[in-house]
Design a protein around this ligand. Sequence first.
Ligand code: ATP
Ligand code: MG
Length: 569
Amino acid sequence: MRYSRFFAPTLRDDPADAEVISHKLLLRAGFIRRVTSGVYDFLPMGLRVLRKIEGIVREEMARAGAQELLLPMVQPSELWKKSGRWEKYGNELLRFKDRHAHESCLGPTHEEVICDLVSRELRSYKQLPMNLYQIQSKFRDEVRPRFGLMRGREFVMKDAYSFHADEESLQEEYDNMFATYQRIFTRLGLKFRAVEADTGSIGGNQSHEFHVLAESGEDLIAYCSHCDYAANVEKGISTRTIPSFDDAALHEIETPNVSSVEDVASFLKIDPSQLIKTLVYQVTGGEFDGQTVAACVYGDDSLQEIKLARALAANDVELADDAALLAIGGIKGFVGPQGLSCKILVDESLRDAVGMVAGGNNADSHVSGLSISRDIENADFVDLREVRLNDGCAHCSEGHIEHARGIEVGQVFALGQQYTKPLEVLFQDQNGKRATATMGCYGIGVSRLVAAVIEQCNDENGMIWPLSLAPFQVAIITMGKSETAMNASEKLYDDMCKQGIEVLWDDRKERPGVKFKDAELMGLPIHVVIGDRGLDADAIEIRQRTGSKQDVALSAVIDTIHGILAGAN
Ligand code: ATP
Ligand code: MG
């Protein structure tokens, strides 16, 4: 491609609204443009990278035995009503009516559609197992689309769905996909980690997420310093030191205007771990839909809301307002679990706690001497606390918990029969009986990966693409306007094109400095500099974006490039 004809509008300065480096560079280097919130154009440069990532994903999915198909983006509400997600999915599901007032949605994921397809075609166990996948645009009306391609509303996903006659076969495919994901992210040159994950709105019994490790990641990962335990904090478990206090009678103490954990602890001269933090939530979905519940953790712990929602089998939990607090006998800033007229969930670690301090459910008051077993009737004990840095590892006795930030680039789920049952994916088993298929699903954020790679591979001058993903492998940078330089460049360009080298020839009438800056910004791996001086001396400079430089004879340029490309494979 000749740069003078190429549509790659670069920007000199960082765009004001871009916070993370990948978003800044993708805009500056002319890879993407914003259309509206969370919706982007892929310009030719951006698309070339997207296609390369898709290519690696396709190769590895084929190697794993999966078959590609393409499902529609528009999905009828009937299927979502069958699975129960039409009501459950919430506002991320973009619903609309067509001219016949028929309700549909834009697919945020495709369990319903694929189950519908397979239910109509599946007859016998002999057709199982099978794994079908697609690479396609999804739409999720995210509350906070941000960071460019990292969290869009419209984004490209690879989603695979596997169907099985039994659990054992599902487990085999789960392991197969797990290994495939490791191969894909390794081939993409990423530093990543697989972690145990919550199953979220997709559901199911077992799940792992794959995270690219990066400071800008939205997820927090907890991992053990000693063993290979790693989990998203939404799901992670650990052990904490359990403080011990003297048992005492329950009595009220005055705490005028003192309500936060820190303030109460310093006012009463106690450690925050002697306090019980009581949080009150409004529940959406599940058995407790519309109800208010209270949840307790140690004062020095944080409550993990995803765990709370999971414990209640709810879609969502949201902190209750003052009126809801009053209705259950609490009061803002001074809530304690004793005597509340609602369901109370208490973190497991507090089961035997005595001599604790909690809100007094009266203004400016607390209680001390609280004993969970004596004073809280009907407490349900569940895991609610968020894993903290330096906690003990619950899986080995030797390690402690460390934290890392991650960008979720993939997730695998063993779904079981959550969708195959309501959507009636049935088959005849070996004994001639009707049976329900068992299912797994496996997603990769293809467009998010474009951003994730940049987050890990950049410097002050721009992107640094690995050869396997670069939009072009080589940039020919012609210096000056001399006919000799232009002719030599053109000849080199033609030869490279003929040999299948992906090359962008910067033939623009720009100063060399501008050309170098753009090639660096775009992160093209190999830069071949053609100018009169180099041609006269027959010493052509080949620079690699990662730093090294060498001079070679003009006649040796292409062989040198082949050498560099081969080294990368
Ligand atoms: P997140 O927790 O980041 O919202 P998710 O767990 O809801 O993601 P999945 O349903 O697991 O997402 O979708 C599979 C993959 O699609 C994710 O691992 C992620 O890489 C990608 N993905 C999900 N939502 C977005 C989005 N809004 N923009 C870009 N990629 C996304
Ligand atoms: Mg996920």
